[in-house]
Design a protein around this ligand. Structure first.
Ligand code: AMP
Ligand code: GLY
Length: 421
């Protein structure tokens, strides 16, 4: 069977690397892929998604795994399904759980899912009235997709009102911000919880923790994520049970009732406040860099899980996870997350003893002859595996040491919340 992985980041590289081990897979295409995915398979590109779907039909592609949110929200899974191609990923209607913050918050309200108190509005006066009723800081969210930049945490009432004005006028995020969600700030720790779903049933993956801020000690600006580890010991069995019962179960039942059953991976961004889980956001895809630390934890059955979600028969699934822990350290380019960086040649130093239990997951890279160039953003993720988080972090940082390019930046404290305990 041949498969296609849609996307070009570290998440898609990690999925490709893990699926490469499946003997039933004869070939992997990446649409469009990056400068390193062509080592795992073949990069393909098309002018339109319609051309891509025609290719998938002609080539009798056995499974399409859609990595990023944008094609899901735009309905790529729907067109593929209409053409009888198996897809891992939700329909456009189900992808509104990520594509519209207003939809997600109204859905949570309707199905009694614990989430921050909020108001959704298009009206500035109404926004100001609600802002004044909240304690500081105040969270403002643009309704639509904003490439991870649509959430502002305002530290004063004046800032909150100015942000609301900017968003509603379309100045801040274009049409994505003409509707906004204003919500109370939740103080606690965050977890990334992933459920692979087939519309009815789900399997829970090891719980991951991301590190959103650029700098050590959770300082500096927000990024797409500077590192992750899984499983996290912060997710106790009791907490997980509560997340299943109060968030995942009602979501799957609710989406079915709405006529939009959810298949694919449901990524619940959770804030744990005084031992209780609250839903911050849904994403309808794997997290990046969370995916990079989850894929290596599959001992067997990953392809079966993808296929069962796509076919709607997860009930019979047989898979096995490793007992190990994975830590992933993101190595980003010089100007990340502020602006694009100059392309830089990456040098890979040999380690005297090759590190077992470690791998490099490539993201923002371009090929130039026999070299790889860091082409900006998050360039790669060094993933280490170990029997515990300390050992996994040591293996991950061992790999970081073998990589050099001008301006490279990475955090030195990934997994600190559990390592300091
Ligand atoms: P979202 O895209 O909704 O997850 O927001 C991005 C990030 O903003 C989250 O990962 C949190 O760190 C933060 N955030 C979002 N909503 C809240 C909230 N209600 N309280 C505190 N932090 C929040
Ligand atoms: N790492 C967070 C995300 O993928 O949205």
């Amino acid at each position: 069977m041949e498969i296609v992985i849609v996307g070009s980041g570290g998440r898609e590289y990690a999925i490709g690397l893990a699926l490469q081990k499946e003997c039933r897979i004869d070939g992997i295409y990446f649409y469009p892929g990056n400068g390193a995915t062509e080592k795992l398979g073949k990069n393909i590109n098309f002018k339109t998604d319609k051309d891509f779907v025609e290719f998938a039909v002609r080539q009798k592609i056995g499974l399409v795994v859609i990595g990023p949110e944008a094609p899901l929200v735009e309905g790529l899974a729907d067109i593929l399904r209409e053409n009888d191609i198996l897809v891992f990923g939700p329909s456009a209607k189900a992808a509104r759980l990520e594509g519209s913050k207003v939809y997600m918050k109204e859905f949570a309200r309707k199905y009694d899912i614990p989430t921050a108190t909020f108001l959704q509005t298009q009206d500035y006066t109404e926004a100001c009235r609600f802002i004044e009723s909240l304690n500081l800081p105040i969270v403002l969210k643009a309704d639509g997709l904003c490439a991870g930049k649509g959430v502002i945490i305002a530290q004063s009432y004046a800032e909150a009102k100015a942000t609301a004005k900017e968003m509603l006028s379309g100045k801040a995020f274009g049409d994505s911000g003409r509707k906004i969600v204003i919500e109370e700030y939740l103080e606690g720790f965050e977890l990334s919880v992933f459920a692979m779903c087939d519309g009815k049933d789900f399997i829970l993956l090891p719980v991951a923790q991301d590190h959103k801020r650029l700098l050590d000690g959770d300082k500096g600006p927000n990024t797409g994520g500077m590192g992750a580890y899984a499983p996290s010991s912060l997710a106790t069995p009791a907490l997980l049970e509560e997340i299943k019962e109060t968030i995942i179960d009602p979501t799957l039942t609710g989406m079915e009732r709405e006529g939009n059953p959810f298949s694919g991976v449901l990524f619940c961004g959770i804030m744990v406040v005084k031992d209780r889980p609250y839903l911050l956001e849904f994403n309808v895809r794997f997290g990046d860099p969370e995916c990079e630390v989850l894929m290596p934890l599959f001992k067997r059955g990953l392809l079966d899980c993808f296929m069962a979600c796509a076919k709607g028969d997860l009930q019979k699934i047989d898979y096995e996870l490793e007992e190990n822990v994975c830590v992933g350290v993101v190595v980003a380019s010089k100007e990340y997350p502020y602006k694009n960086s100059k392309k830089e040649k990456i040098t890979f130093l040999d380690t005297a003893t090759p590190l077992e239990n470690a791998s490099i997951i490539f993201a923002g890279v371009e090929r130039s002859g026999k070299y790889l160039l860091a082409s900006g953003g998050r360039v790669l993720v060094c993933v280490g595996k170990g029997r515990n988080v300390k050992e996994a972090a040591k293996n991950a940082y061992g790999i970081v040491k073998t990589i050099k390019f001008d301006g490279m930046q990475f955090r030195k404290d990934i997994a600190h919340q559990v390592l300091e305990k």
